[in-house]
Design a protein around this ligand. Structure first.
Ligand SMILES: NC(=O)C1=CN([C@@H]2O[C@H](COP(=O)(O)OP(=O)(O)OC[C@H]3O[C@@H](n4cnc5c(N)ncnc54)[C@H](OP(=O)(O)O)[C@@H]3O)[C@@H](O)[C@H]2O)C=CC1
Ligand SMILES: O=C(O)[C@@H]1CCC=N1
Length: 266
């Protein structure tokens, strides 16, 4: 596989770093292009991958091409992608609100397109990614792309229409989780801990709790109950959070992301 990144910013860069760290691709087989050539040169020197001067050069060099630009850049980049597209290439888009149909609109109905919704924990090989494809991508081609996302965390194939939900539950949700960690750490600071230590305590607790959910398979509600000793401390926190609308607040945040994703897709 010759893997290209048109845009390696927060998300594309996280996938790039995570995939290189997985050791499943050689650095010489990775190509990147961007607008800021100084930044590009720096990134490619740091990671030992190949910089491309423009999209055309990258398209010539690669057979799997990650579209890592912001959604509003698609009208600018896609004509250049389309000019060099051939049926041996797979386009992988990570953009929110850009449908497979709209990408086909630029490249043609026969184009092989995979749409993913990853998240930035890809950088530490703990991404959650949904992967959807159009009918032009055969199983073998799909597996080669799916493998990239499996190697940087967890990946699941879903119907494209579920992507709005995926944005709410995993694409955007690291942001709300950071809010939770920061709020918890700030509360600890108010109770005498320094910020650095408070952040470690809060973040490690989130990491541990998440691992418990994934590794024990026990329902999170039961795991919550297990922390609450009768007459103890946790039940007071849980009651207070419930009274203050914790679940409703999380749901409202989730729904706002989902609604925006739907709107962007129109
Ligand atoms: N951030 C996140 O958590 C997630 C983002 N996404 C999706 O990922 C995509 C990228 O988002 P994000 O990484 O946050 O954005 P960034 O702004 O961090 O990265 C965008 C990248 O695109 C490059 N770029 C812009 N225009 C061009 C161009 N004409 N040719 C080549 N490269 C170009 C930029 O390069 P330069 O700096 O040189 O301009 C930059 O490296 C979006 O579509 C977003 O919806 C999906 C899931 C999660
Ligand atoms: O905020 C965004 O639009 C992108 C998509 C999911 C996470 N970041």
């Amino acid at each position: 596989m010759k893997l290209g990144f048109i845009g390696a910013g927060n998300m594309g860069g996280a996938i790039l770093r995570g995939y290189l760290a997985s050791g499943r691709i050689q650095h010489k087989d990775v190509f990147v292009c961007g607008r800021d050539l100084d930044k590009l040169e720096k990134l490619c020197t740091e990671l030992g991958v190949n910089p491309c001067q423009n999209i055309s050069e990258l398209m010539d060099a690669c057979n799997v091409i990650m579209l890592g630009v912001k959604p509003n850049m698609f009208p600018e980049i896609m004509p250049q992608v389309a000019e060099k597209y051939s049926s041996d290439k797979i386009l992988v888009s990570m953009a929110a609100g850009v449908t497979i149909e709209s990408i086909s609109g630029f490249v043609g109905k026969e184009a092989k397109i995979v749409r993913v919704m990853p998240n930035t924990p890809a950088m530490v090989n703990e991404a959650m990614t949904s992967v959807s494809r159009n009918k032009n991508v055969d199983d073998e081609q799909f597996v080669s792309v799916f493998d990239i996302f499996q190697s940087i965390g967890k990946a699941e194939e879903v119907e494209e229409q579920l992507i709005h939900c995926v944005i709410g539950v995993s694409g955007s949700s690291p942001a709300y989780t950071y809010m939770y960690i920061d709020a918890l750490a700030e509360a600890a600071v108010k109770n005498g801990m320094n910020k650095e230590q408070a952040t470690i305590f809060a973040a490690q607790s989130v990491l541990g709790a998440a691992k418990m959910v994934l590794e024990t398979g026990v329902d999170p509600v039961q795991l919550r109950i297990n922390v609450c000793s009768p007459g103890g401390t946790t039940i007071e926190a849980v009651k207070t959070l419930q009274e203050k609308g914790f679940s409703e607040l999380v749901e409202a945040g989730f729904q706002a992301a989902v609604d925006k994703s739907r709107l962007m897709s129109k």
